[in-house]
Design a protein around this ligand. Structure first.
Ligand SMILES: Nc1nc2c(ncn2[C@@H]2O[C@H](COP(=O)(O)OP(=O)(O)O)[C@@H](O)[C@H]2O)c(=O)[nH]1
Ligand SMILES: [Mg+2]
Length: 652
């Protein structure tokens, strides 16, 4: 294959309707991009069309876009993969609204290279051509086309076509410094079309944005996240073994239903793209926008080949005046897949006017509070050129969720290899720590975060000691509850294990406390505690009530509540109603007695009344009712009217 010696790039057209874009592509390539019947009938381009152009050293995939203002959305879907652009201006019409709008969009998308073609030069005299050339030069001043070659052409007479080819070759050579030439090393293609090939199934087409894909590869289909296999590849209507960045491609996907495919979806290397309905970005209002961007404004978001309604949240201002920039978030109506640095275009909700654009900073963002100084400072750092700072900020925002190499690729714009290396280096230096989080799951957290979690656990232990000064140790769960907001129990348990391992927390099985905390139980209090426990054991199912307890406590009555807390916390007694406890061994005994009786009665299909249970336990009415209710709550019995049955019936 010649792809080893030639470089693949995407050339896109731009310009007002009827200015001769499609005709010029046809004159250059011999291919008619207006493929739809409606396009043929009406003589206008509605959707993007494709052609190929062979130039010395380059193989160009040509994407011809519609100029009509109603089809700007299609233009945007096509423009997402451009390496270079060909701005087309008809010499007999000069600059028109979509000449400007397309140029603005190309600038917003960060296109860096291109050529300008004056078309229909056969229709005007030399002076007119020169005037139009001046007008176009004025228009592109300060843009990426500022000193681009401008060629006078005619698709009808063939004038200037050779010169245009030469100009394109030079523009291609300039593309060597493109971000695309620093390929991040993973495959990504935004879908712009799909169709069914009889006997082969669903085919999706798009521009390969980065990396490469081979026949047989597994890729992730987004936003569904489904893993699909690439069954076959076509490139410019010919079968291919693989396709790579800068190529137009058609992928035959196994197990994908055509009806479920839509423009805007993507296929990519597994584990990198994550759909999100919130992205953070830096937005820019177009210098010649008719009005500023406003906080809470509804907008049409174009990203990759997708188009969605979104609400703008301006993070540190209320409006962005034309030409200005600001930090913002977009809340999007349906999930999209983005990467750090990816360009977006923002149009008004009705899709009539381009208002601005921006660069994604956080592709999978959580909501950031407006004017939150710390968040905004960190967000600002995630925009910059310093890759290390970007990774650190991505970690900071990922918080307790941890980071992976994939997350850094996505959220910090790191090439795959660099991301893995950054994590390895961080682990080595101790800046990052791996925490086991259940099963084979490992979470990589910033050391600062781990320290923060540990100190919160220690603070929780300290608080428990303050609340129960008579108690040396607490159940682990009680301490872990201090990190309840994490909602990730294995991770919390692992953090607590770290504290136990280095004896920052100590205690017998399943219980922990601060090592230097000494319970302050006086001899009298300890004796009272033992007395209380003893009473509960002896009195079985007619346990001491408030008055009994007060009598036992005598002079120590003021500590009674605390001592009962200790008894409960240490597991000596179990509460079954407000102010009522059973000795824990009696509680077990009660369960056994009731369950055994109910099992015995099961064959005769008989349940138990409260009075029966009172008799079995040898207790009084005062305790029988709350004990029965406790048994119901504990899942031992099931109440049906006045009768109680075994909650889990025995099977035979
Ligand atoms: N005379 C003349 N007509 C042209 C030239 N290029 C395009 N046209 C005509 O202009 C019309 C619009 O051209 P088309 O390529 O569809 O424009 P697009 O909308 O920019 O793609 C068609 O009727 C073409 O035949 C040219 O170089 N000379
Ligand atoms: Mg056209």
């Amino acid at each position: 294959m010649d792809t080893t010696v030639t470089r693949s790039l995407i050339l896109g057209t731009a310009g007002h309707i009827d200015h001769g874009k499609t005709s010029l592509v046809r004159a250059l390539t011999g291919i008619d991009c207006d493929r739809l019947p409606e396009e043929k009938a009406r003589g206008i381009t509605i959707d993007i069309g494709f052609a190929r152009l062979e130039l010395p050293g380059y193989q160009l995939g040509v994407v011809d876009v519609p100029g009509h203002e109603r089809f700007i959305r299609n233009m945007l879907a096509g423009a997402t993969g451009f390496d270079l652009a060909m701005l087309v201006v008809a010499a007999d019409d000069s600059i028109m609204p979509q000449t400007r709008e397309h140029l603005e969009i190309l600038r917003l998308l960060g296109i860096r290279h291109g050529v300008i073609a004056l078309t229909k030069c056969d229709l005007v005299d030399q002076t007119t051509r020169e005037v139009v050339e001046l007008e176009v030069r004025e228009l592109v001043r300060g843009s990426f086309l500022d000193d681009a070659p401008l060629v006078h052409t005619s698709a009808s007479s063939g004038m200037g076509l050779e010169e245009l080819r030469d100009a394109l070759v030079r523009a291609c050579a300039d593309c060597a410094g493109n971000p695309r030439s620093m390929d991040p090393g993973w495959f990504r293609m935004a879908i712009d079309r799909s169709f069914v090939v009889q006997g082969h199934g669903t085919v999706v087409t798009g521009t390969v944005m980065s990396g490469a894909v081979r026949v047989g590869d597994e890729v992730t289909w987004l936003p569904s996240g489904q893993s699909v296999r690439v069954r076959a590849i076509h490139r410019h209507d010919k079968p291919a073994e693989s396709v790579s960045a800068g190529m137009r491609a058609a992928l035959n996907l196994a197990g994908v239903r055509h009806e479920e495919v839509a423009r805007g979806q993507e296929v990519a290397t597994p584990g990198l793209l994550v759909p999100s309905r919130v992205v953070s970005l830096r937005v820019r209002a177009l210098a010649n926008a008719p009005r500023p961007l406003r906080h809470r404004q509804q907008l049409r978001l174009h990203l990759g080949t997708s188009e969605c309604l979104a609400t703008l949240s301006l993070l540190d201002c209320d409006r962005v005046a034309p030409g200005d920039e600001a930090l913002a978030q977009l809340f999007i109506e349906s999930p999209i897949t983005a990467t750090w640095g990816q360009a977006v275009v923002l149009r008004d909700a009705s899709g009539r006017t381009t208002l601005g654009g921006g660069r994604v900073i956080q592709p999978t963002a959580r909501k950031i509070r407006r004017r939150h100084v710390e968040d905004l400072e960190h967000l600002e750092k995630q925009v910059g050129h310093d890759a290390d700072a970007r990774c650190r900020m991505a970690c900071w925002f990922a918080g307790f969720g941890g980071v992976s190499a994939g997350a850094l690729v996505r959220d910090a714009g790191m090439p795959m290899e660099d991301a893995a290396r950054w994590i390895a280096t961080g682990l080595q230096s101790g800046q990052l720590i791996v925490i086991p989080a259940g099963g084979t799951r490992r979470v990589v957290l910033e050391a600062d975060r781990v320290v923060e979690l540990e100190s919160r656990l220690l603070a929780t232990a300290d608080k428990l000691h303050g609340k129960y000064p008579l108690l040396g140790h607490h159940e682990r769960q009680k301490v872990e509850a201090g990190l309840d907001y994490l909602g990730d129990t294995p991770l919390v348990a692992a953090i607590l294990d770290r504290l136990v391992a280095r004896k920052a927390l100590v205690g017998p099985m399943g219980r922990v406390g601060l090592p230097d905390f000494k319970p302050r139980l006086t001899t009298a209090q300890r004796r009272l505690k033992e007395q209380i426990v003893q009473q509960f054991r002896e009195k079985a199912f007619t346990p001491p009530d408030a008055d009994d307890l007060k009598a036992i406590a005598g002079a120590n009555a003021s500590h009674l509540k605390e001592i009962l807390d200790v008894c409960e916390a240490e597991g000596w007694i179990v509460p079954f109603a407000e102010g009522m406890w059973l000795h824990s061994s009696r509680e077990q005994e009660m369960r056994r007695l009731v369950v055994d009786k109910l099992k015995e009665l099961a064959s005769s299909n008989t349940g138990l009344l409260v009075a029966d249970i009172r008799t079995i336990l040898g207790t009084s009415r005062k305790f029988a009712v709350p004990l029965c209710e406790y048994l119901d709550r504990a899942g031992v019995t099931r109440r049906d009217g006045d009768i109680r049955w075994l909650a889990t019936p025995i099977r035979n």
